[in-house]
Design a protein around this ligand. Structure first.
Ligand code: NDP
Ligand code: HSE
Length: 436
């Protein structure tokens, strides 16, 4: 039988890893796929750029569209990133009847609905395992392994760069920008690292997981996103004193009113397994009705780890090449006509508990003012910690943990606290999840 010809678009961190893993493990991969798989062509932007893989048997071009239009190529592996040229190339590949593998979460989160519909029409597959949580086979686990369950909620550390930064800040008291530079040098960060730091990359991934979990179309524009750039050493320390760790979580929950879709720094009890996921590692915790909680852990970024997911997708496609397109696993787990329009809840309607840190003047009555405002909004304080000023009469940090309250009431309370004369800084608010 003829080998399956693959064209790889992009030979950067993930593209090079894909070439390396495929050639290193060729014998096992062929045994699993049942066919020889050959990367015959690859594209880069600049032919002078160095690649971290051997391209001696691959025809490399700087014209990616030429590969997409090559009738010999059956599978296009898009590893360029972004939603510009990548969208054009993937759309054209589908139009040309080619299967697509991509690690591009931005592309899937923003254009997945349209691309999946086109792929369905053409009878081809778009596989995107590497787009969420790097090397962890989370798409396969949710779409197939948990297919019998009603998923109740999921919470994940789904950005390796952000988790690496938070871990280094906590363990080594390193500076934020210094750690970010290291993550970039290691190939973990996105082309625009604000995507990592501000939670946009995590929101792309969460959008994809929520659709698969709850059978809804992809709705990235409705995801609430808050980054980690305002997290200070001070908050990391106080959270630790109170028995919590700060993690940047993507959370999606099905409630009676709708579906929560939110990415933000979160206090998690330090005894939870997920609170101890450090460095570039990712983890996703899923609560489902039949199986209960399951936890998936592994490398969330990096060359070979991500390539592991990309190559697994290539193998899956090769195995299914001769099957009837109607009987393949649906892109978003549910058949397209079974997707529902359950609304996504705005963050103002989400109910959580909170960590609050207020910097106030050391004056009588300040604490009373703050607790009165909270009480007026129906907010109960669970724990309170007041630190001595570093100099007499100086600023004191007051740290509070609250019970659950709807976000709009907390917003109102924070606005009033910040308006107090004795409060001289913005209130730091971090949501708490017990994940029990
Ligand atoms: P890199 O920046 O390392 O590589 C991008 C590659 O695309 C380079 O080879 C670049 O070529 C090439 N390229 C850019 N523009 C074009 C073009 N117009 N035509 C042809 N080739 C082009 O990115 P990564 O490998 O890190 O990321 C690739 C994708 O994988 C992204 O979608 C990313 O989000 C995703 N991803 C990345 C992970 C990681 O750990 N890095 C993990 C999971 C997903 P040149 O070198 O000549 O500029
Ligand atoms: N920039 C991403 C991260 C790559 O750090 O998690 C993996 O998707």
């Amino acid at each position: 039988m003829q080998s399956v010809k693959v064209g790889v678009l992009g030979l950067g961190t993930v593209g090079s890893g894909t070439v390396n893993v495929l050639s290193r493990n060729l014998q096992e991969i062929t045994g699993r796929a049942g066919r020889d798989i050959e990367i015959t062509r690859a594209a880069v932007r600049d032919l002078a750029s160095k690649t971290a893989c051997d391209t001696s048997n691959i025809a490399v071009t700087d014209n990616a569209m030429d590969i997409v239009n090559d009738p010999e190529i059956q599978i296009i592996v898009e590893l360029i990133g972004g939603t510009g040229i990548a969208f054009e190339l993937v759309s054209k590949a589908i139009e040309n009847g080619k299967h697509v593998v991509t690690a591009n979460k931005a592309l899937i989160a923003l254009h997945g609905n349209e691309l999946f519909a086109k792929a369905q029409e053409k009878g081809v597959t778009i596989a995107f395992e590497a787009a969420v949580a790097g090397g962890i086979p989370i798409i396969k686990a949710m779409r197939e392994g948990l297919a019998a369950n009603r998923i109740e909620w999921l919470a994940g550390i789904i950005n390796g760069t952000g988790n690496f930064i938070l871990t280094e800040m906590r363990d080594k008291e390193r500076d934020f920008s210094d750690v970010l530079e290291e993550a970039q040098a290691l190939g973990y960060a996105e082309a625009d690292p604000t995507f990592d730091v501000e939670g946009i990359d995590a929101a792309h991934k969460l959008t994809i997981m929520a659709s698969i979990a709850f059978g809804i179309p992809l709705q990235f524009d409705k995801a609430f996103t808050e980054g980690i750039s305002l997290i200070s050493q001070e908050d990391v320390k106080y959270a630790g004193e109170l028995g919590y760790r700060i993690k940047h979580l993507g959370i999606s929950k099905k409630t009676d009113k709708g579906i929560e879709l939110r990415v933000h720094p979160t206090l998690i009890p330090h005894r939870r397994l997920i609170a101890n996921v450090d460095g570039v590692m990712n983890a996703v915790l899923i609560q489902a009705d039949a199986v209960g909680p399951t936890l998936y852990y592994g490398a969330g970024a990096g060359s070979d780890a991500t390539a592991s997911a990309v190559v697994a997708d290539i193998i899956d496609i090769v195995r299914a090449l001769t099957t009837d397109p109607e009987n393949r696993v649906p892109h978003l787990a549910f058949q397209p006509d079974a997707l529902t329009d359950t609304p996504i809840l705005p963050i103002s309607e989400v109910v959580t508990s909170y960590y609050l840190r207020v910097h106030t003047e050391d004056k009588p009555g300040v604490l009373a003012d703050i607790t009165r405002i909270l009480a007026e909004q129906g907010i109960s304080i669970e724990a309170i910690l007041q630190k001595e000023p570093e100099v007499a009469g100086g600023i004191i940090p007051v740290i509070m943990l609250t019970q659950e309250i709807v976000e709009k009431n907390m917003d109102a309370a924070i606005t009033q606290i910040e308006a107090l004369q004795s409060v001289n800084d913005s209130v730091m608010r971090i949501r708490i999840e017990s994940l029990g």
